[in-house]
Design a protein around this ligand. Structure first.
Ligand code: ADP
Length: 601
């Protein structure tokens, strides 16, 4: 069993107490309502029960009155002991039969019955002395009387209705009718209710419960008992109280019959039409109705409260679940936030580290740039060294030849031969031209510093180079195919330097296609990522593998008047612009060179 904390036990105990209290209250309310319903039914039945009784009595009440004025009755009383009594007996029998009275009889002033409806029968009243009867004395005194009592002869209960028979001024006797109320009582019994009549002292008279007859609602005082004895003329009646207990103010009566108490709803009414002082009581059984109403109400309340409890339980559970969910969510949020802040801190750290690395890398790159510049400078110096050596070699020859031509010219002059001198001088001029060509090329190469790079659309450089060579192109009959479209990527370069490379490439192509039947040069611009590729392709003889291998070496030339410096210088300029110049491999049927530069737009 789950252990409950003290607080919970208290809640459970209080809940059970509330439940029990609510069930008890619901039972009580339902019982009250059921009792009210029963009372309504009883009140509705009460006039019927009363009507049955008063109807029976009223039906007979006139009979003694009428007999009191009947001449035959008077005659018989006047002349007592004559034959008229026999005729009267017959008449009384006939009336009693018609009125369904149990007996009608006539008593003389001495109290002796002189005629009766039951004359001649074993239980005949004729000759019986009724002087002691209360009804006789009261009727004689007052003119009319009624008395409930037991028959002297029959011993059966009934209501005696008596009327005095008067002759002129003096009384002759009394006419009496006895109504036995068996039918009324049987009618009450069959109604299912418990019905009885009490006199003014509370003694039960007519009743659907014969054993209650002559018992009292409450113990009679000695005085009341004496009066009751006198009026009812019951010698041995004890007037014991009924086995009936009244509830305190709830209108319920309890009957203790055979040890088992049964509850009844009790209603009562006066019977003014019947006999003065009579009251009619009607009791209706209430046990079944009350207990079923109480049980239904208790069950309904229990179910209702259980349902409410269940609902409260479910709601509490749901609220708790929601609270737990929210707490979990809050925890997750907090965790997430802490993770985010941790991660942010990590990222900040790694950002800082990255920034450091970037700075380091920039430093390193700057260092590399410096190194590359140094290297380029060294390279340039080395090329310069090679060129200087080449130049020395190239110039030495013409200088030595010039010297030889000059010495020979001197000797010719000494010997007076003028003609060969002119030939020698022409050769000397051509030698100096050769030297001039070498130095002018070197001047171009040396012109590098001082030309600032700026954003340059490559088309402009291409157009510039083509216009510089326009005369030669026209003469050579070469078809120039310019780049398609109008796109002109921009590179960072000095226009003159880029034109120098292009002019050199175009000149080489023109040179290579001198004897070509259908010479053609295609210039293309391509963009790949952040690079701009300018290629110059011809359909000349191209280059063999060996020539291609030594292409960018100074003084490698196949031309008669070539210096073998153009490509070396062009490649140097391309590198200076942050790019490269290369021979495209495998270009079939001609040579193709590509200048590769960085695009800036
Ligand atoms: P030069 O033009 O003075 O010879 P370059 O360095 O410009 O010096 O060229 C070197 C050599 O490369 C040329 O002599 C030539 O043999 C070869 N060459 C260059 N361009 C081409 C070309 N388009 N077709 C064939 N050979 C070429």
């Amino acid at each position: 069993m789950a252990r409950l904390r003290d607080g919970r036990w208290r809640v459970v105990v209080v809940a059970l107490a509330v439940l029990a209290g609510a069930i008890a209250i619901a039972g009580r309310i339902a019982t009250g309502q059921a009792a009210d319903n029963l009372r309504d039914g009883a009140l509705a039945a009460l006039p019927l029960a009363a009507g049955t009784l008063t109807g029976e009595i009223e039906k007979q009440r006139l009979v003694p009155l009428v007999l009191a004025r009947d001449d035959a009755v008077r005659g018989a009383l006047r002349r007592a002991g004559t034959m008229e009594e026999a005729a009267l007996n017959d008449k009384l029998r006939a009336i009693a039969g018609d009125a369904s009275a149990s007996a009608i009889y006539v008593i003389d002033t001495a109290g002796i019955a002189i005629a009766a409806s039951n004359a001649g029968e074993p239980t005949s009243f004729v000759g019986i002395d009724y002087n002691f009867r209360h009804y006789f004395q009261e009727a004689m005194a007052k003119g009319a009387a009624s008395q409930y009592g037991l028959g002297t002869i029959s011993g059966r209960p009934g209501l005696y209705l008596a009327s005095r028979v008067d002759d002129a001024a003096k009384p002759l006797g009394v006419a009496v009718l006895k109504v036995e109320l068996d039918r009324v009582e049987a009618n009450w019994r069959s109604s299912g209710f418990l019905v009885f009549v009490t006199d003014e002292r509370g003694v039960v008279l007519a009743t659907s419960q014969p054993e209650w007859r002559f018992r009292a609602l409450a113990p009679l005082s000695a005085q009341d008992a004496a009066i009751a004895h006198e009026q009812l003329q019951l010698a041995d009646a004890g007037f014991e109280p009924l086995p009936l207990r009244r509830g305190a103010g709830d209108g319920l009566a309890t009957i203790d019959s055979s040890g088992k108490p049964r509850q009844f709803v009790e209603v009562v009414q006066d019977l003014p039409g019947a006999v003065p002082g009579w009251r009619l009581w009607l009791l209706t059984p209430a046990d079944a109705a009350l207990s079923s109403a109480a049980n239904t109400a208790r069950l309904t309340t229990l179910l209702g409260l259980l349902l409410m409890g269940l609902l409260a339980f479910v709601l509490t559970r749901r609220r708790r679940a929601r609270r737990l969910r929210q707490e979990a969510l809050a925890r997750m949020n907090a965790e997430l936030e802490s993770r985010v802040s941790t991660r942010t801190a990590e990222l900040t750290r790694s950002n800082t580290a990255l920034a450091g690395e970037i700075a380091e890398r920039e430093n390193a790159e700057a260092k590399v740039r410096r190194l590359r510049d140094d290297l380029a400078q060294a390279n340039r110096l080395s090329i310069l060294g090679q060129i200087a050596a080449g130049v020395a070699h190239e110039i030495n020859q013409p200088v030595a030849a010039i010297r030889t031509y000059a010495e020979n010219a001197g000797r010719f002059l000494d010997t007076g031969k003028i003609e060969p001198v002119s030939g020698n001088l022409t050769s000397i001029v051509s030698m100096t031209e050769r030297i001039g060509a070498i130095t002018s090329t070197l001047r171009t190469f040396a012109r590098r510093p001082g030309v600032a790079a700026s954003p340059l659309p490559v088309r402009e450089a291409i157009d510039g180079a083509l216009s510089l060579l326009s005369g030669r192109i026209r003469d050579s009959g070469v078809t120039i195919v310019k780049p398609r479209g109008s796109a002109s990527p921009v590179v960072m370069a000095s226009r003159i330097r880029l034109e120098q490379i292009l002019v050199n490439l175009l000149q080489n192509a023109l040179d290579a296609m001198k004897d070509q039947p259908d010479p053609r040069i295609e210039i293309e611009i391509a963009e790949r990522d952040d690079r701009v590729l300018i290629s110059v392709r011809d359909n000349g003889p191209g280059l063999g593998p060996e020539a291609a291998g030594n292409l960018f070496m100074p003084f490698q030339t196949t031309k008669e008047k070539g210096l073998g410096l153009g490509l070396v210088i062009s490649q140097e300029i391309a590198q200076e612009l942050g790019g490269t110049l290369r021979l495209d491999p495998g270009s079939a049927g001609g040579a193709s060179f590509t200048i590769d530069l960085r695009r800036i737009e």
